[in-house]
Design a protein around this ligand. Structure first.
Ligand SMILES: NC(=O)c1ccc[n+]([C@@H]2O[C@H](COP(=O)([O-])OP(=O)(O)OC[C@H]3O[C@@H](n4cnc5c(N)ncnc54)[C@H](OP(=O)(O)O)[C@@H]3O)[C@@H](O)[C@H]2O)c1
Length: 405
């Protein structure tokens, strides 16, 4: 897509939301955006709110586009004018589909920060083939769900191949996180449960192509029991984002051709010692109890009343004081191991998510020729299959620790 053919390189859709505002601030302050002359716009359903954000966040250079999530004509105009659309307007099952359809119609690459796997499954079913034909990269899950998991596993695979000449048959990731929840994130979670999608969410291969599901999917179920892991020298317990991230990593495994016996799981990392063992056991029991309780409509209704509302989120201090660390271990069939780490200062749900999704959009806008499979590749992809090494280099340049050896 020649750069001059569309007026904007990147359009930020959902720019008035809690994360959306942070994407505006990120691009406004990004040196490469200024140096490259990147043309960008902010978009959403409310012009007055968008113009206020343009002023408050010092982004006079950004254009303003108005389009309600249900207004197909306005979304067509938006997609026609954007080489890349970055969306933070969620719940995506409520506001996302017409926008992605417009992007595929008009050949605009697309990234977002959804963690709603049943919605992504619907995109794959309806739009993957057309996006392949259109050479359009549709890449959901470019926030904290699921870039550290997906790119970490991709690096374990590529490092194992480059250094030891074999494939990983098993990769595990263990997370340490500090940060709070956004109202928008909780709204998306409750919306999936209200829509009766718990069963779909439990399918370990929900996002895999139909012909790339193993014979024994049950062997890849989400782990519940705590255990002490010798590689990581730590007690590990269930991680609440694993039912999202593992599905994305397994789609990458199918699209990128990891070993046919490839296994991936991820966990929360709790540390060493007796008190950590107790914490791991409590976490396991708590996660089973929470799943059971959330299946009950009255409990869910109460939780929704107590949760922060859409548009709300942690304080600036809490976001700046947050952090995450993902430790990754890849193992080949003969026991050879690679070890990696992805980490950054700033809370996962906002600061890290903003950096991850903005750098993903910038990779599409500024480095299209260097992306996996070149310019003419498309489909409903994953961060690893759609952005690969380009994203790894961009995240390092943006100050994120991304190591594997
Ligand atoms: N991947 C991750 O790690 C991660 C992290 C954080 C959040 N998320 C996800 O990102 C999404 C947004 O989170 P958030 O905290 O930023 O939520 P939020 O503050 O509630 O923002 C929602 C955005 O959607 C827009 N919107 C609502 N209805 C619309 C409509 N009919 N037409 C157009 N736009 C509409 C809102 O516009 P108005 O301002 O006009 O209402 C707002 O800009 C959620 O789905 C959340 O789960 C993912």
């Amino acid at each position: 897509m020649p750069r001059a053919s569309k007026p904007y390189d990147i359009v930020l859709y959902g720019a008035t939301g809690f994360v959306g505002r942070q994407t505006v601030a990120y691009l406004a302050a990004h040196q490469e955006v200024q140096a490259s002359g990147l043309r960008w716009a902010i978009a959403g359903r409310n012009r007055a709110k968008l113009e206020a954000i343009q002023r408050e966040l010092h982004a006079p250079q950004a254009g303003v586009l108005v389009a309600d999530a249900a207004d197909t004509a306005a979304l067509d105009t938006l997609a026609r004018s954007a080489r890349v659309v970055l969306s933070t307007a969620g719940p995506f099952a409520l506001y996302g589909t017409p926008l992605v359809e417009a992007c595929v119609r008009h050949g605009s690459h697309y990234v977002d920060i959804t963690g709603e796997t049943p919605w992504v499954k619907g995109l794959i079913e309806r739009l993957h083939t057309r996006a392949v034909q259109q050479h359009t990269r549709i890449i959901p899950c470019c926030g904290f769900d699921s870039i550290p998991s997906d790119i970490g596993t991709y690096l374990a695979q590529t490092t194992m191949r480059a250094t030891h000449g074999r494939d990983c048959v098993d990769v595990k990731a263990a997370f340490s996180i500090r940060g709070g929840f956004n109202g928008g994130t909780l709204a998306s979670f409750f919306n999936m449960l209200d829509a009766g999608q718990s069963q779909a969410m439990r399918d370990p291969f929900l996002l895999n192509p139909a012909d790339r599901r193993p014979a024994n999917p049950a062997a890849h179920g989400d782990p519940v029991a705590p255990f002490f892991d010798a590689d990581l020298n730590s007690w590990l317990g269930p991680f609440f984002m694993a039912p999202v991230n593992t599905r994305v990593v397994r789609r990458s495994a199918a699209l990128l051709g990891y070993d046919p016996d490839f296994h991936y799981q991820e966990y929360l990392r709790l540390g060493r010692g007796a008190s950590r063992a107790v914490a791991a056991a409590a976490l396991s029991a708590g996660s089973v109890a929470t799943q059971w309780a959330m299946a009950l409509k009255p409990v869910r209704a109460l939780a929704q009343r107590l949760a922060p509302a859409p548009g709300e989120g942690p304080s600036e201090d809490s976001m700046d004081g947050g952090s995450f660390q993902t430790r990754i271990v890849g193992r080949a069939a003969d026991g050879t191991r690679v070890h990696g780490r992805i980490a950054d200062q700033g809370d996962p749900g906002n600061r890290a998510t903003t950096k991850l999704v903005c750098e993903s959009a910038l990779a599409l806008a500024l480095q299209a020729n260097e992306l996996p499979h070149g310019r003419n590749h498309g489909g409903v992809l994953t961060p690893a299959s759609g952005l690969g090494d380009v994203l790894v280099a961009r995240l390092r340049a943006a100050g994120m620790t991304v190591e594997m050896n």
